[in-house]
Design a protein around this ligand. Structure first.
Ligand code: PHE
Length: 454
């Protein structure tokens, strides 16, 4: 057996703990920050429709597949492929996931840092009485600064490292079980507020009425990328978490429940944001700034807005934290098991390398704004290339591996807990991972990259 002791592996304590941790990974800035602005830039309701189809037809099967690989192998993504496909190049899929983890953690933690700035601004009353234009200018001033974005990044990164150092069970499981439901409740209150703003109907129509003429290759590629990003799939996060799940857990149910929670939070975020976008006269395609301009605007209109703002941004930071730890955990599991490092050494190494990437990402509109790769700043490069390329490619290879190169019997055993559960859906699942998902991902890819035309 290679360098580590199976018995020492941490594991999740309960079924609810698994859901909390996996949903904690899935639900985060991807739902509340990324989903609304990507939807706003890519056709509104049309995007939502495509997104829904992708979650059900591709997202859930890919998530199940990752959990199967992780729990079967009980290892980090690289080690898992080495064990399940010895002496074959499949471990490269795991390695690609680790690379994606570095890139995601860099820009994602930068955005998580923005939430800390917004907690601070709420506390000093920085938003008070500001119009949408002023809120927008305020965000730009902050983002183009050369110290604060990096400082908040460092603070958030250290918090992430601290929790990951402590191990999975106590820190992650405990906090998410309380914080996630609270975030839910506040988000619903904000939806109600947003929907009662004058002119809110237009925003709701933008979100819910698909204009089919707006569905282009890019829309579909962006929806695919957003689905992978939001569900935390395609890079081994759920292989890693799957490796901590006990053998009695029903993996298919877990995948469905986590995906539904994730979808629900994204839709709630859309309902909270778009009515306000139209009521305040903001452009739905304001990009990464969208959420950070609209939310303070809504809070201004609420009685007790400052309290709500404070609670909301704190909970958003926590939701981001339960996602950043899941990404760092991929890197740390890889370092400890493949490079034989102690957990402490792995966390330190991961954190230091993240400082370089993450500070660069957080200063992408400030000090580093002149650094452009393929015409994008570092932040945008990491954001786009992970969601739209690395994750779907990883997902494609994961389902192809399970569907074509790994014995079907083992997959079935893993999903049925060695025969204890009925898996009536198995034939459908197998058809999806062998044909539908890989073909769909490949087509969307080629079309989105302009290599084929329908
Ligand atoms: N799913 C997380 C979110 O939506 C982000 C994430 C992506 C986490 C990939 C882990 C892996 O916020």
């Amino acid at each position: 057996m290679s360098g580590f002791d199976f018995n020492k592996r941490d594991s999740f304590g309960s079924r609810l703990g698994v859901i909390a941790a996996a949903a904690g990974s899935a639900v985060g800035l991807g739902n509340i920050w990324r989903f609304p602005y990507i939807l706003g830039e890519n056709g509104g309701g049309a995007f939502l429709l495509v997104y829904l189809i992708i979650i059900f037809s591709i997202g859930i099967p890919v998530m199940m597949s990752e959990l199967v690989i992780g729990r079967r192998a009980q290892r980090n993504p690289v080690g898992a492929f080495q064990l399940l496909a010895p002496r074959k190049p499949w471990f490269l899929v795991g390695l690609m996931g680790v690379v994606a983890a570095f890139m995601i953690l860099a820009f994602y933690t930068a955005v998580a840092g923005w939430t800390l700035e917004y907690i601070y601004q709420t506390l000093i009353g920085g938003f008070r009485g500001k119009s949408s234009e002023e809120l927008s200018a305020m965000f730009d001033t902050f983002r183009t600064g050369s110290l604060r974005p990096a400082l908040w990044f460092v603070i958030f990164m250290l918090a992430t490292s601290g929790i990951v150092l402590g191990g999975v069970r106590k820190g992650i499981e405990k906090s998410t079980k309380i914080m996630m439901p609270m975030l839910f409740v506040i988000l619903i209150i904000m939806c109600v507020k947003s929907l009662t703003l004058p002119g809110a109907g237009k925003g709701l129509a933008f979100l819910l009425q698909p204009d089919f003429s707006k569905i282009t290759g890019t829309t579909i590629l962006m929806a695919l990328g957003q689905a992978f990003f939001s569900l935390s799939i395609g890079m081994g996060t759920l292989i890693t978490y799957g490796s901590y799940i006990q053998k009695s857990n029903n993996l298919a149910n877990t995948a469905v429940q986590v995906s539904m929670i994730d979808l629900f939070v994204a839709v709630l975020a859309g309902v909270a944001i778009f009515p306000a976008v139209f009521a305040f006269g903001i452009s739905p395609s304001s990009g990464e700034a969208l959420t950070f301009i609209v939310l303070p605007g809504i809070f201004q209109q609420m009685t007790g807005g400052m309290i709500f703002a404070l609670m909301f941004f704190v909970l958003l930071a926590v939701a981001a934290l339960t996602s950043t730890i899941s990404v760092l955990e991929v890197i740390v599991a890889y370092f400890t098991e493949q490079l034989n490092l102690s957990r402490l050494a792995a966390v330190i190494l991961g954190t230091i390398s993240m400082f370089i990437l993450g500070i660069s990402a957080s200063l992408s509109w400030g000090l580093m704004s002149d650094v452009k790769i393929f015409g994008m700043n570092i932040f945008t490069l990491f954001n786009n290339s992970t969601a739209n390329i690395l994750l779907p490619l990883g997902g494609l290879l994961i389902v192809v591996f399970l569907g074509w190169f790994f014995p079907s019997k083992h997959v079935r055993d893993e999903l049925s807990n060695e025969g204890a559960l009925k898996v009536r859906y198995y034939t459908v699942y197998r058809l999806v991972i062998r044909f539908l998902a890989p073909v769909a991902i490949a087509l969307v890819f080629l079309h989105g990259l302009g290599l084929i035309k329908f």
